[in-house]
Design a protein around this ligand. Structure first.
Ligand code: MLT
Length: 404
């Protein structure tokens, strides 16, 4: 008789963004005339940059000619892309990362969710609270947590590291002794960023405690301030204790194209075994490589004009972030984030819970955001807006909120 993985039954409700989507669609069905503006899920709205489109066309044409047709991609990624990433994202910035430490995939979400598979189920995980739900949910599915405590809104057996207004939304080093530490900087959802000296303390902690840091750097392209590291490998000793995830989604608008990569350094050993080799084994077994045409598009991101075009796009989104932050502050809201990240983290007014504010904003202003409590208990009474909308809608959304 087939049985189920009952760990799935510990997960409350559906995935956060599906819940938000369902609620909005229901509202739209019931209010057909409403002009709803979506600043909820962090999905890009600007078209793919011209240099990348040219590379896509060229690669598509290659696939249509016998002499340049490509079948299965190398499962760890094409050499041309891995080499380019190692050079432009790392070596040019003083980080010694080589092409064979880079694993190309169809995006950071999958990698962040899958990485836990190569670690023992007895590992204790630590997460920032609020947190991107994928880190916790994937560990719940793998049986690495106890049951869900609906009152505290926490899974038993997980170390939650509060990120609050008081600590500037930066977690403190845990007193418990976690084995796997998920860090996301610039942070989703709070938009907070860590300075290099602060991140160095985490690297030192992980080295001395033999823990592994799973560092999600999906939003590094949005960093504006000096002193904020773009990669954890800027910190001394990080290659012995950290895995880094990167994504083309928010950097170059690939949420629909799908491309990302994970860096697993050769120096990282757990129980004397190379973690890199285990991830290579896992990747090679379960994945047949990102599509050739998408990897060529990824390569074009690093060309001179590709870089200029995506930087302009990112600055444009950050213009939206400024409009949202300033507009909300003028309306009297307490706001953070939006400086090194495309997310604005706002305190809900009065005593409203995050979901009460979600309903209020949807009904009274027809604006959609993401309830902070969906990211964890310390997200309660907070709300996230994204800078990824188009300009007109962003301005309109903020003036509707101001008018409330
Ligand atoms: C978000 O809104 O947090 C992101 O779009 C989620 C993701 O990147 O998967």
């Amino acid at each position: 008789m087939a049985t189920l993985n009952h760990n799935y039954e510990k997960l409350p409700g559906s995935y956060l963004f599906s819940t938000v989507g369902k609620k909005v669609r229901k509202y739209e069905t019931e209010h057909p005339g409403a002009k709803v503006i979506r600043l909820g899920i962090g999905d890009v709205t600007q078209p793919i940059a011209p240099e990348i489109i040219t590379a896509l066309h060229k690669a598509v044409d290659e696939m249509g000619r016998e002499e340049s047709f490509r079948g299965y991609a190398p499962d760890l990624g094409y050499g041309f892309l891995r080499e380019t990433i190692a050079e432009k994202d790392y070596r040019d910035h003083g980080c010694k990362v080589s092409a064979d430490e880079i694993f190309v995939s169809d995006g950071a979400k999958g990698d962040c969710g899958n990485i836990q598979e190569i670690f023992g189920t007895d590992n204790v995980i630590a997460v920032q609270d609020p947190v991107y739900p994928v880190y916790v949910d994937s560990n719940v599915m793998a049986g690495r947590t106890g049951k869900y405590d609906a009152v505290r809104q926490m899974f038993e057996g997980v170390v939650y590291m509060p990120c609050t207004r008081e600590n500037g939304f930066l977690p403190e080093l845990p007193k418990e002794d976690p084995d796997l530490i998920y860090l996301c900087f610039p942070n989703n959802p709070t938009g907070a960023a860590m300075k290099k000296e602060q991140l160095q303390k985490w690297v030192d902690y992980a080295v001395s405690h033999k823990a592994v840091i799973l560092f999600d750097a999906a939003y590094e392209a949005y960093i504006r301030e000096p002193g904020v590291p773009h990669s954890i490998y800027e910190c001394e000793g990080a290659k012995e204790c950290a895995i880094e995830f990167r994504s083309f989604s928010k950097t170059a608008g690939f949420t629909g194209l799908r491309l990302g990569f994970t860096v697993v350094p050769k120096e990282l050993r757990t129980e004397g075994v190379s973690v890199r080799d285990l991830w290579a084994r896992r990747h090679g077994t379960k994945y047949n490589g990102a599509p050739y045409i998408i990897q060529r598009a990824g390569e074009a991101v690093y060309s001179e004009s590709g870089q200029k075009q995506i930087r302009d796009q990112i600055s444009w989104y950050m213009g939206n972030a400024g409009i949202i932050s300033e507009g909300l502050k003028k309306a009297g809201y307490e706001v953070s984030g939006g400086v090194n990240a495309p997310y604005i983290w706002m305190k809900t007014p009065g005593d409203m819970t995050s979901w009460e504010f979600f309903d209020y904003l949807l009904e009274k202003a027809n604006v959609v955001g993401t309830p902070g409590s969906g990211f964890g208990p310390h997200g309660e009474h907070y709300f996230r807006l994204t800078a990824f909308g188009n300009r007109e809608n962003t301005i309109e959304a903020i003036s509707r909120i101001q008018a409330l």
